[in-house]
Write a protein that binds this ligand. Structure first.
Ligand SMILES: [Zn+2]
Length: 75
């Protein structure tokens, strides 16, 4: 799975993509290669939410936190 995000790279302003390959989830910049990733099970631990008895994987919170890691890593 590879999704173009509606976010810009905090280092170069390039397009950011989210990739998920069954083992890890990452956000990568196409232009400069800046990247942050988590093991999928770590992401699941943070992102799974129990809503009315159904487990929902909240991708938005994963994207938010990975984006913060990118922003911190360039300082
Ligand atoms: Zn970049």
């Amino acid at each position: 799975m590879r999704i173009r995000l509606n976010l810009e790279c905090p280092r170069c302003g390039g397009a950011l993509f989210m990739e998920e390959d069954g083992e890890s989830v990452s956000i990568t910049c196409n232009r400069c290669g800046l990247r942050a990733s988590w093991k999928l099970r770590d992401a699941a631990r943070r992102a799974l939410k129990n809503i009315d008895g159904s487990l929902i994987f909240d991708w938005n919170s994963v994207i938010d936190e990975l984006y913060l890691e990118l922003a911190i890593s360039i300082r």
